[in-house]
Design a protein around this ligand. Structure first.
Ligand code: PLP
Length: 399
């Protein structure tokens, strides 16, 4: 019974207090509350101090977000995981967590997501951090630059965006640790279905959960898998940086993740079929897909992914194409969506030069091998024959 008589007070407090339930919901509830209370205020103090488990304020932690983090840590074979509001927020916090600061250096794969490249080239450079970009598949070059720079961190993507190079993560771990650098692997394209970097001694595995983990194009989220100690440090930073994942987004990501294995299994099978078809297509000059025997890191991919497939991402060069021909191809698609994301149930196509890698100058793209005719394809879970038929009819518009 409400003890307050005034409608003003009732409107504010009625229905707010609920008894602790003696039932369990089947799915994790969405806890929207910003703050939490305890009967004994000393308990609040103990939670603030980290001496007692619990929640005080949403920027310090939230039970729905925690459920998502625990699920990711389990899937990705890490001690712990910390969620962020986006993949980029996760990467930024991770670089800081790895000790990157004024006067220090990073060695990074050049072939990384455009915003990751620009974060290092622009934002961190403006704070006095130097980044040397390397070809992460050239282990001799990586070793030499690591030795010259003695960086705080080595950054790479398991399967790179957009050229689909595969990093020899165990070898890179050894090289990084030899010079005291922490290895940060963006595992977005592989997802924990194909590969768990922590099992190879990697210090931080960063994921844009916006992609395969959530998988349905309706969530923006990032998550870092790491040791308990590193996670504790990231959480302390998050209290100040505030790039927290919201509970509704965490809930959607968690729901999407329930079908990660099923989606990825199908996407790997379909992408292999599409890549093989593209390889025989007259309108296509080059196909980048780790599952093709002529892919330069095919054997590395076989070793890392252990027969589970080679991912759902493909990139290919339309023969002789520049922006106008690529745009004609994208506009001619009827099933495949020309949209700026990846890893969804929908098949998606993107033009890196004007989208994911727009932040790079034409010269930077040319040096990395991102040509004007390069198209990135994220294979969804539709019937593969219909995906191929759509590609076929749209490619006929490029010639
Ligand atoms: N890492 C990779 C490999 C990506 O492709 C992306 C986005 O496309 C990101 C990180 C950034 O993720 P978000 O868009 O969730 O910030």
């Amino acid at each position: 019974m409400m003890k307050w008589k005034s409608v003003y007070t009732q409107a504010v407090h009625a229905g707010r207090e609920r008894p602790v339930p003696d039932f369990s919901p089947v799915t994790a509830p969405v806890y929207l509350s910003v703050a939490y209370m305890y009967e004994d205020v000393n308990d609040l103090e103990a939670v603030f101090d980290g001496k007692k488990a619990g929640y005080v304020y949403r920027r310090h932690g939230n039970p729905t977000v925690r459920a998502f983090e625990e699920a990711v840590a389990t899937l990705a074979e890490g001690e712990d995981a910390v969620a962020f509001s986006s993949g980029m927020a996760a990467m930024h916090a991770t670089l800081l967590g790895a000790g990157v600061k004024r006067g220090s250096a990073i060695v990074s794969a050049g072939d990384v997501y455009g915003a990751t490249y620009a974060l290092q080239r622009d934002v961190l450079a403006s704070l006095g951090v130097r980044t040397r970009f390397v070809d992460a598949t050239d282990l001799g070059q990586v070793a030499k630059v690591l030795d010259e720079e003695r960086p705080m961190a080595l950054v790479c993507e398991t399967i790179s965006n957009p050229l689909l190079k595969v990093a020899d993560v165990p070898a890179l771990t050894r090289l990084a640790h030899k010079v005291g650098a922490q290895l940060i692997v963006d595992n977005t394209f592989a997802s924990p279905y194909l590969f768990c970097p922590l099992g190879e001694g990697v210090d931080y595995a960063v994921h844009s959960a916006t992609k395969y983990l959530a998988g349905h194009g309706d969530v923006m989220a990032g998550v870092v898998v790491c040791s308990e100690e590193r996670a504790k440090d990231l959480r302390e930073r998050q209290k100040m940086l505030g790039a927290n994942l919201g509970p509704e987004q965490a809930w959607l990501a968690l729901r999407g993740m329930r079908t990660l294995a099923l989606r990825m299994r199908q996407q790997c099978v379909s992408a292999q079929t599409v890549a093989e078809w593209l390889s025989g297509c007259a309108a296509v000059a080059d196909v980048n897909y780790p599952g093709l025997p002529n892919h330069p890191q095919h054997s590395v991919a076989e070793r890392l992914f252990q027969g589970k497939g080679f991912g759902g991402m493909i990139s290919f060069d339309i023969r002789g194409a520049h922006q106008p021909e690529v745009f004609r191809f994208m506009e001619a698609l009827k099933l495949i969506l020309p949209a700026t994301t990846l890893g969804d149930v929908y098949t998606l196509v993107l033009y890196p030069a004007h989208s994911s890698h727009r932040a790079l100058s034409p010269e930077e793209r040319r040096q990395l091998g991102i040509g004007d005719g390069l198209v990135r394809l994220s294979v969804g879970i539709e019937e593969v024959g219909e995906i191929i038929a759509d590609l076929g009819q749209a490619l006929s518009f490029t010639v």
